[in-house]
Design a protein around this ligand. Structure first.
Ligand SMILES: [Zn+2]
Length: 67
């Protein structure tokens, strides 16, 4: 990651048994991606599944992630 915000926030969340969701992506990217958790609005047969959102900028300081 281009900054250490994720590590800093995870350290603060640790005392509450919580951490940010990160996903390992099998691509030429060097680092893990921070993933925004999403959910499906309507469920049922034929409804499209929810998509995952991977952040390209740090949500805490605004620095662009590599790639
Ligand atoms: Zn940051």
């Amino acid at each position: 990651m281009a900054c250490t915000c994720v590590e800093t926030v995870n350290e603060k969340l640790k005392e509450r048994n919580t951490r940010l969701t990160q996903a390992i992506v099998f691509s030429p990217r060097k680092d893990d991606c921070l993933m925004l958790v999403t959910e499906q609005i309507e469920t049922g047969r034929g409804k499209p599944k929810a998509v995952a959102m991977f952040l390209t900028y740090c949500p805490f300081c605004g620095v662009a992630y590599d790639g």
